[in-house]
Design a protein around this ligand. Structure first.
Ligand SMILES: *[C@@H]1O[C@H](CO)[C@@H](O)[C@H](O)[C@H]1NC(C)=O
Length: 220
């Protein structure tokens, strides 16, 4: 399930560790030297927790303010193909565990600068060049390029009160054509790019159950 996932906490108390040990499956326990911890963000961007996601070499970094139910996040992944030509996306699915219904942030380079669009993924159809409205208020959207061709997508989502575990999806694509992110590859690691995430960090990300219609489960 979560064998490839590790969680890293900046500040770790004995209590938190004990809770984590209780909550996590044996395969998802803290590991040292996780890749996500070495991600270097620009000044002013820091996150309480990071997780190496199980596929696509992606990582999620976040701070969840439970009182405000506000999620500040950075998603980092390397799109396949030429640097600057592809896209990265991360989203929360409040109604299911796959792509359909996901409320997604997607970053790509447009006229030399990174932009972040929002997409309400309503079905298996091509994306538009423009954002579509999503359920959650999304602010502070930005993206930049990290080391080794990684694209980092930043944003803050206003989640419903008490939504402390979410189903999330992530994805990368090699191409943006005429301002429209083109569909991603259909390799196993693309199709398995989804899971559940405990925002409070007490526990690890877990892979979601396999989708029923896996051959249609793409983001295009
Ligand atoms: C997203 O799409 C679904 C399906 O068309 C729709 O019911 C929902 O209202 C949309 N959400 C937003 C925020 O527009």
């Amino acid at each position: 399930m979560a064998a490839a996932t590790t969680l890293h906490h900046r500040r770790r108390s004995i209590l938190q560790l004990a809770l984590l040990l209780l909550a996590a499956s044996p395969a998802a326990m803290l590991a040292t030297g996780g890749a996500c911890e070495s991600e270097e963000f620009p000044a002013g961007r820091s996150y309480a927790t990071c997780a190496d996601l199980p596929t696509l070499g992606a990582s999620l970094h976040w701070t969840y303010d439970a009182a405000a139910s506000s999620l500040s996040l950075a998603f980092a992944a390397k799109p396949p193909g030429a640097i600057g030509a592809g896209w990265v996306a991360w989203g929360v699915n409040p109604t299911g565990d796959g792509m359909k219904g996901a409320q997604t942030l997607l970053a790509f380079k447009s006229s030399g600068a990174y932009v972040v669009n929002t997409y309400n993924l309503t079905g298996y159809r091509p994306l538009s060049a423009a954002s579509t409205p999503i359920t959650f208020e999304a602010t502070e959207l930005a993206a930049d390029e990290g080391a080794h061709g990684k694209v980092r997508l930043y944003g803050t989502l206003q989640l419903p009160k008490g939504m402390e575990a979410v189903n999330h999806i992530w994805q990368v694509g090699s191409t943006v054509a005429n301002g429209v992110p083109a569909k991603h590859a259909f390799a196993q690691e693309n199709l398995e790019a989804k899971g559940s995430l405990v925002l409070t960090g007490a526990g690890a990300t877990e892979a979601a159950p396999a989708p029923v219609f896996i051959s249609h489960d793409y983001l295009d």
